[in-house]
Design a binder for this molecule. Sequence first.
Ligand code: HEC
Ligand code: HEC
Length: 239
Amino acid sequence: MAAGNVIVTMVLPAPRWWMAAFVATATFAVSAAAAASDTPEIAKAKYLWSQSPHGKMLERILPPTIEPRDLPEPRSEGARLTARYCVQCHYLPNPQMHTAAKWVPIVERMVWRMQGRGNLGELMKEMMADIQAPSQEEVLILTRYLRKHGLKEIDAGHPALKSTAGQIFSIACSQCHAPPDPLRHTAREWPKVVKRMKRHMAWANVVVGVSELRTVPELKTDEIVRFLQRNARPEPKAK
Ligand code: HEC
Ligand code: HEC
């Protein structure tokens, strides 16, 4: 079955409809090498990227951050369904990326895509012939799972947001998801998290110097790190 599907994928027309949604990623090379740990779904997605002239765009939608076993509650039905359905077009999404409120419309949009709707009609339908969509019941489980492990947003009334550093934080860190609650991590943890986010920005080719802040082309994250550290979760007491 799997082998047959791969052959079908090969003869499908180029999925040009992705073009409309993504620009400026074409200079990157596809770096997704097949790995022994790949599930059949991930292997299939990588194959699709390698065959399609627009694979580079698919690959850049989400950075490769987690493996199925790193998902929260990896043995739950929600994790299983995420690893099954959500890697057919891009890397595995991390449930911690979005707030519970944001996951609802995102799952709706993704299910709509999996059902072969939207975008360039017939062309997309053919390209999507091989993509599986979850049942109604599975959609509920997926949504509940992603919401349960979602990101907690910083309180919009947080007094520190009024400072310049707070504003830089909120503009720079809301380009891809809601700006997080600084209490999520300790002062010691935040620098590593922000460093990872800088890598994601380069991966997604997001314009790093947000236009509102663009005095220098590269976002200076030192000030953001200090902002997060000032408002961070206290370090656990040494035992
Ligand atoms: C049929 C292909 C396809 C499948 C399967 C798919 N996605 Fe997507 N996904 C896309 C496309 C195309 C984009 C970029 C455009 C957009 O955001 O709608 C995207 C973007 C995303 C983004 C980044 C954009 C954002 O709003 O943060 C997230 C997160 C995401 N998908 C989550 C999921 C989840 C969760 C699932 C499984 C329930 C899933 N995707 C399954 C095609 C797919
Ligand atoms: C280019 C898109 C992008 C930008 C901009 C971005 N993030 Fe993220 N963020 C992600 C992705 C993708 C994930 C999920 C994968 C992960 O955790 O690395 C994530 C997850 C998170 C998480 C939850 C996971 C954890 O380790 O707690 C936090 C917190 C976070 N981001 C903080 C930030 C901060 C602070 C900034 C601003 C400096 C920022 N993000 C800017 C893409 C982005």
